[in-house]
Design a protein around this ligand. Structure first.
Ligand code: GLV
Ligand code: GLV
Length: 323
């Protein structure tokens, strides 16, 4: 019996090759760089045994019902899985694959790049050069904040959070604080200090959000959160947009409650081009490119294909999400 596989977007060759080589699979792909409309997803998924999806595909009861009883594996080409209705998936006995570890380095690098770009005001500077606003070297022009001697607070010291903290250490960061559900043994060699969230917010010059999105972290960064931060502090989020209450962030940035924000993730994605956050000089917004290196995306595609195929043959997946 041929097993039906649906892939919701064009993915890198490294993944497609594996799927096309699998003799047991009848693979169809939404062969575009743009997302498929919801109605198409509901149609294409019908009868599928395996679904390979992206973080921009919301996989809920409606999609699972449209797929029907054949569906036994969902493989997402992402480390985040907040777009998957885990309870519904579990209820139906469907297995889930995802791509942790392989994007840790790329995402940590992007986070450091965004932090420096925001703190040292690179987008503003580039704009001034292009627009003719650069008239002279000026003692107080385009000053920002440096990492040397600073305190960095990481919220959620998981794989990526730890990789961020490790990369920031050589910049001469004085203290590395972190908060989360429990202290992490891996923080030891880093000299990481486990502190309550309030302490982290009060004492950090850079607050970096690297936790997963779940009911506990939804809108964790709200008015009360920002009000505890220093007026000179920089806020960075490369996890999920919904961890932040964006109205409250906007207020904190316009009122001077905090100095600046760098976001790789927003609600919604894409952010409408007339969104007020995009009018602020002290807010740097990137289009969710944390894992976007050629090699990382190739490995993510390969791993998600391997996860899918292992799920179909009822073998152990290289990276299965424990449900
Ligand atoms: C990126 O945000 C991912 O979850 O892989
Ligand atoms: C900067 O370019 C300096 O010389 O101080």
């Amino acid at each position: 019996q041929m097993l039906k596989v649906f892939v919701t977007r064009s993915i890198p060759q490294e993944g497609m090759k594996l799927l096309q080589k699998a003799a047991m699979c009848d693979v169809s792909v939404w062969d575009s760089d743009e997302p498929l409309p919801r109605a198409e997803l509901l149609k294409k998924v019908e009868g599928a045994h395996g679904l390979l999806c992206l973080l921009s595909d919301r996989i809920d009861a409606e999609v699972l019902d449209a797929a029907g009883p054949n569906l036994k594996v969902i493989s997402t080409m992402s480390v985040g899985f907040d777009h998957l209705a885990i309870d519904e998936i579990k209820k139906r006995g469907i297995r889930v694959g995802y791509t942790p570890d392989v994007l840790t380095d790329a995402t940590a690098e992007l986070t450091v790049a965004l932090l420096l770009a925001t703190a040292r005001r690179l987008p503003e500077g580039i704009q001034e050069v292009k627009s003719g606003g650069w008239s002279s070297w000026k003692p107080l022009w385009l000053c920002g904040y440096g990492l040397s001697g600073s305190t960095v607070g990481v919220i959620g010291l998981g794989r990526i959070g730890l990789a961020i903290a490790q990369r920031l250490k050589p910049f001469g960061v004085k203290r590395r604080l972190y908060s989360g559900r429990q202290p992490k043994p891996q923080a030891g060699e880093l000299g990481g200090e486990y502190v309550p969230l309030d302490t982290l917010l009060c004492e950090s010059d850079f607050v970096v959000v690297s936790c997963s999105l779940n009911p506990d972290t939804q809108e964790l960064c709200n008015k009360a959160f920002f009000s505890k931060m220093k007026n000179t502090a920089v806020f960075i989020n490369t996890s999920r947009g919904a961890v932040v209450n964006q109205e409250d962030l906007l207020d904190a940035l316009t009122s001077g409650q905090i100095a600046a924000a760098g976001l790789d993730v927003t609600t919604p994605e894409p952010l409408p081009t007339d969104h007020p956050l995009l009018r602020l000089n002290n807010c740097v917004v990137l289009p969710h490119i944390g894992s976007a290196t050629f090699s990382t995306r190739g490995v993510m595609a390969e791993l998600s294909a391997q996860n899918l195929l292992s799920g179909l043959t009822e073998d152990a997946m290289p990276s299965e999400l424990k449900l």
